[in-house]
Design a protein around this ligand. Structure first.
Ligand code: ZN
Length: 268
């Protein structure tokens, strides 16, 4: 029988066995929020979970894939119907409790894979708190920042170099088209770059953000909910990005497994 990697499908003796060998517990986390008129509100969740599923299948035997945490931090999206937001402290407590549970069962490597930009500071805090409050080494990564993704995305990019890949954009729409084309209505896809970039404020999923870090209410930044250019999206680009993101995550898994954890030393 093929080795199980989906945490929820395991029995407790199988969880015990997985935690006893070199194994990274992958914890996907995303949110539900508006993604323009052409994409479903589960975009961040479907994309993140799918990248993690592909990566976990490739790394079966050295990972377990925890069911995703569906909800995230999206209060700035509440002017659009659809967003379900949880508070910042709830998110930190929730994510940390999941990671601490995994550490309690013996997992010593935990990788939080985030699919929603505004969760970023919180998953960083969750990973840090897990390190200081448990014996496990935890890390967090946004799936679009996994090694190799940026190079593939830039090689495929037809949208504006700064802002064309942001939200419900060329990047996310391509991935959704590769996964569930039946749920994407490209006739409603619009290019919108209404977020008013200035000298030190700009934002792009792949190109990075300017030094002036801020997040206004989404309805102040976009009329359609789109930030970027989904009209340039194709399923072929989505398949290439999916493959790159999964490969990047496997690289991170192996790097975490190879990293030693020397004993702490109290210098008092
Ligand atoms: Zn998104």
């Amino acid at each position: 029988m093929a080795v199980k990697y989906r945490y929820g499908e395991m029995t407790w003796p199988e969880v015990k066995e997985a935690a006893s060998r070199p194994c990274v517990a992958i914890v996907p986390i995303a949110t539900l929020e508006d993604h323009g008129r052409h994409l479903p509100i589960d975009t961040d969740l479907l994309l993140c979970a799918s990248v993690c599923e592909l990566a976990a299948a490739r790394a079966a035997g050295r990972v377990v894939l925890v069911p995703p945490i569906n909800h995230g931090y999206s209060p700035h999206h509440m002017d659009f119907p659809g967003a379900l937001t949880i508070g910042p402290h709830t998110l930190i407590d929730y994510g940390l409790d999941v990671c601490k549970s995994l550490a309690h069962h013996g997992f010593t490597r935990i990788l939080i894979v985030n699919g929603h930009g505004s969760n970023t500071p919180f998953v960083d805090i969750i990973a840090r708190l897990c390190v200081v409050e448990t014996e496990a080494l935890a890390a967090a990564v946004n799936y679009w920042s996994a090694p190799g993704v940026r190079e593939v995305a830039e090689s495929l990019r037809e949208s504006d170099t700064m802002g064309g890949m942001n939200h419900a954009c060329e990047f996310e729409t391509s991935l959704y088209l590769a996964l569930r084309p039946d749920l994407v209505d490209m006739s409603l896809a619009v290019r919108e770059l209404s977020h008013r970039p200035t000298k030190n404020y700009w934002t792009d999923l792949v190109g990075g953000d300017g030094p002036l870090a801020m997040m206004e209410h989404w309805s102040q930044l976009s009329e359609s909910g789109v930030m970027g250019d989904p009209t340039k999206a194709t399923p072929e680009k989505g398949r290439a990005l999916l493959d790159a993101a999964a490969s990047g995550l496997v690289e991170l898994v192996d790097e975490m497994l190879a990293r030693e954890s020397p004993a702490r030393r109290d210098h008092h």
